[in-house]
Write a protein that binds this ligand. Structure first.
Ligand code: SF4
Ligand code: SF4
Length: 448
């Protein structure tokens, strides 16, 4: 069975919520919409205090080409345009809406009827990309890169295939798995739309073989789409990394940055993004909600919730039985790549794929010991880096050497830290090095 070639690890899967059907979360009393829910320029608020909005009303317009508009996920009154804490603990521009009822913009088609590409024969590539852009669709696997940018390859690059990332290799998370089981037809139309948008005739859906029910269902449904192939993959973390997925599915290797997947002819989109693209293009629905997994060993009811953007995380946890008494920390995302949250009042955003509540025992970090030069971190690194060296150089603040040792290739997967027998906080140290070097590179380019 296919998988990527370099490195990788096998963390315990802990997919506690895999059998929990998606259920709708309740409406919040107040929704808070960060204007920075994507990579790129923040959105610019277009509403003011006192404005009345509906579900689907534009709150913030895109702040540039690499940006995305933000829409209200609730109806009610704008109470302030201010700042709010995001998941990283930074204050960002935000719009606050006090919720009243649940009134939707009439332009949104809320019927469950499936609309296929063959039902809209006049939809061309430009129109599809424009609709995706206007709906504020971003990469929903967590990267939050504006989707229309990825679907507009730079001059000289031509897409040859679309690869859908349905790997969900992070332990605990099951939102994508449930989405495939409950909305396979909509996802396939979404893939068809992406293929039409970038003018390719081959699409792949990569799914790890720990989801045999999703593989079987997607294969059955994909029979109606001769150009879409479902590719079962051997379970290995981090197969959901773009470069690892491209290697696993089509056996092509993306060179080191600044090379990107399109340089080897591939466009990768998350399966949740394909679903959102279906809703945007065929149902006129902007990105206002998403499926999020709320889970943990002490959580009463590990769940997959369809929640409105802007809902505070605390409310989502309450809907799954409340915060367990033995909570050690709450992670936004999965245990490998996610980050600890400083506050549970932080609102859900377009990139919120999971909330993991770790108990005190799991959250406790073992004391780090000196490096024993076992090279396990080197064998585990899927990018062929030397994590022990990068972490030491970061600690010494030798940024020149950190850069020379390809820190920008690090995908922050945490495989090195997971595998280290000396419990060294490798990822934390490398992240500091990567952030600093990226800043140095940006300053250097700005001066040119
Ligand atoms: S976090 Fe970076 S250095 Fe560590 S294994 Fe992943 S890619 Fe390699
Ligand atoms: S895995 Fe840990 S102990 Fe082994 S070489 Fe890497 S940093 Fe050192």
């Amino acid at each position: 069975m296919k998988t990527f070639k370099i490195g990788g690890v096998h963390p315990a899967e802990n997919k506690l919520s895999a059998a929990s059907p998606i259920r709708e979360a309740g409406l919040p009393k107040q929704a808070v919409f960060s204007m920075c829910q994507h990579i790129g320029a923040p959105a610019k608020p277009v509403v003011k205090r006192g404005d009345v909005v509906k579900v689907g009303t534009l709150l913030g317009e895109a702040g540039g080409f690499v940006s995305a508009p933000i829409y209200s996920s609730v109806s009610g009154k704008v109470t302030k345009v201010d700042v709010a804490l995001d998941a990283s603990g930074t204050r960002r521009p935000a719009v606050y809406v006090d919720v009243d009822g649940d009134e939707w913009e009439e332009s949104i088609d809320r019927t469950p009827d499936l609309v296929k590409l063959s039902d809209r024969p006049n939809l061309d590539s430009k129109t599809i990309i424009e609709k995706i852009k206007n709906a504020g669709i971003v990469g929903m696997g967590g990267a939050t890169f504006p989707c229309h940018v990825k679907l507009s390859p730079p001059p000289g690059c031509k897409a040859e295939c679309v690869i859908i990332n349905a790997v969900e290799c992070e332990p605990y998370l099951t939102a994508d798995h449930r989405l495939m089981l409950e909305h396979p037809d909509e996802i396939l139309v979404g893939v068809d739309l992406i293929m039409k948008a970038v003018d390719v005739t081959k699409g792949y859906i990569g799914i790890e073989n720990n989801k045999p029910d999703a593989i079987a269902l997607m294969k059955e449904k994909a029979q109606a789409y001769p150009n879409i192939e479902v590719v079962p993959l051997k379970v290995k973390y981090p197969q959901g990394g773009e470069k690892q997925l491209i290697d696993a599915v089509v056996n092509r290797q993306v060179p080191a940055p600044p090379a990107i997947p399109i340089n080897v002819g591939a466009i990768v989109q998350n399966v949740g993004t394909a679903f959102a693209i279906y809703q945007a293009v065929m149902k006129n629905k902007p990105l206002i909600d998403r499926v999020i997994t709320v889970t943990g060993k002490s959580v009463k009811q590990p769940s997959n919730l369809l929640a409105r953007l802007g809902t505070p995380f605390q409310q989502l946890i309450d809907e799954c039985g409340g915060l367990p008494e033995d909570t050690g920390k709450v992670i936004g995302g999965g245990p490998m790549m996610g980050k600890a949250l400083l506050s549970l009042e932080v609102p859900m955003t377009k990139g919120s794929s999971g909330l993991l509540i770790m108990n005190e025992k799991e959250a406790r970090r073992s004391e780090p010991n000196p490096c024993i030069r076992c090279a396990k971190c080197v064998s585990a690194c899927p990018m062929g880096l030397e994590p022990y060296l990068l972490s030491t150089l970061s600690d010494l603040q030798d940024w020149e050497k950190v850069e020379a040792n390809d820190v920008t290739s690090c995908i922050e997967c945490g495989s090195c830290q997971f595998t280290c027998p000396s419990n060294r906080p490798l990822l934390d140290m490398i992240r500091v090095g990567k952030t600093t070097v990226m800043g140095i590179i940006r300053n250097r380019s700005a001066k040119k």
